[in-house]
Write a protein that binds this ligand. Structure first.
Ligand code: NAD
Ligand code: ZN
Length: 344
């Protein structure tokens, strides 16, 4: 078991890797506790939940809305939940994002925690204190920064996940290695078959490495004023691709990382050998590095990116393996780079 901390502006959040859902009750206060989960996680794991009221939501991005949030508020009111209560989200990124938002806003905020049950939630979504929901076709448009008291990453929950969901988690794990840790990159290269087979020691190390990297970045820059932007590596192009094609986030980010790798090589930061190692690694984890969408369509979608500031977009390059660099580019510069690098 390994523990990391995020020192947020309001509280300290503990991230515990290798802890079990069955021990959740030992982390809960004496006060009234409500569990939020989704139908799939409830069906698979309710027998491990502690004694507490359970609010169940549906599955999928389409339920990550203010409507679902309102329904949860109403159930909390019906249960006489007050500000002394505690809310735990047990599930993937969607449950965590919604739980964090509900807990941060219901009665102006009460304490909360997560048991992250997908690889993506363990290495990314549950870590960092971004909570929120979608609005009007825009992802994560409404939300807050607020850290949970604890995040439990129980890796024994992962084998029931669909393979495609596991792979999306690996995309973010690879991202963490690329932006921050060349040793982790080598470990990913050397242990791909055990990682893909969900070998517990290998997965626990990769989850811990990811959380160490992300929690460090978030502690230094909770509100994304600077360094936290590096976590968007692969995401500018990834989000555009996700929007234009509807492919899963992790797959879109993988193509985005491959493209950002090519742009980093074109800028002269990365050697062609390292760029090749990166695309090989992404492929080795059964993730895509190419898309048939024409770059002009992607470019149009990127111009709508909510991370743009005026005429510029902050693009994350790799300075070298294990080190990222954020540069503000004009759309003309980005278009130029994209068209010369990706148009073949
Ligand atoms: N807040 C953040 O910083 C952050 C970062 C990355 C992603 N996200 C958000 O996370 C969401 C995606 O998260 P996700 O990929 O975990 O998706 P998800 O929560 O939809 O989970 C994927 C599917 O797996 C099921 N599931 C969950 N745990 C399971 C288990 N142990 N066994 C079998 N099935 C299980 C779920 O019911 C769901 O159907 C997106 O909405 C994204 O915006 C947030
Ligand atoms: Zn992502």
């Amino acid at each position: 078991m390994q523990t990391f901390e995020i020192r947020g502006s309001i509280n300290i959040s503990r991230l515990i890797i290798g802890e079990k859902l069955t021990n959740l009750s030992t982390y809960l206060p004496e006060s009234q506790t409500v569990i939020i989960t989704d139908t799939v996680v409830k069906r698979l794991y309710q027998h491990m939940f502690p004694q507490a009221e359970v609010i169940t939501i549906g599955c999928g991005e389409k339920i990550k809305t203010l409507d679902t949030v309102r329904q949860i508020y109403e159930q909390l009111i019906a249960s006489d939940m007050d500000r002394t209560g505690f809310i735990v989200g047990i599930g993937g990124g969607i449950v965590c994002d919604i739980t964090g938002f509900v807990a941060s806003t219901y009665m102006r905020g009460l304490r909360f925690g997560f048991v992250a049950s997908t690889l993506l939630a363990q290495v990314d979504a549950s870590v960092g204190g971004k909570n929120g929901v979608n609005l009007g076709g825009f992802k994560n448009m409404v939300g807050v920064f607020n850290q949970p008291d604890f995040v439990i990453c129980d890796i024994t929950l992962l084998p029931t996940l669909a393979n495609r969901e596991i792979l999306c988690g690996f995309a973010e794990i690879i991202k963490h290695a690329l932006i921050a840790d060349a040793d982790m990159f080598r470990y990913l290269e050397e242990n791909s078959s055990q990682a893909l087979a969900l070998n517990p020691q290998v997965i626990e190390k990769l989850v811990a490495d990811s959380i160490r990297i992300k929690s460090g970045v978030v502690t230094r820059d909770e509100h994304e004023q600077g360094e936290r932007r590096k976590l968007n590596f692969g995401h500018t192009i990834g989000h555009a691709l996700e929007k234009t094609t509807g492919i899963p986030h992790g797959e879109a980010v993988s193509v985005g990382m491959a493209a950002a790798t090519a742009l980093s090589a074109a800028k002269g930061f990365l050697s062609s050998q390292d760029a090749m190692r990166i695309t090989d690694l992404i492929r080795c984890y059964q993730l895509p590095t190419h898309s048939d969408v024409h770059f002009e369509q992607l470019y149009a979608a990127m111009q709508k990116d909510k991370k743009r500031t005026g005429e510029k977009i902050r693009f994350v390059f790799l300075k070298r393996l294990g080190e990222a660099l954020v540069e503000a580019l004009t759309f003309d510069e980005l278009n130029e780079l994209l068209s010369t690098t990706l148009s073949d």
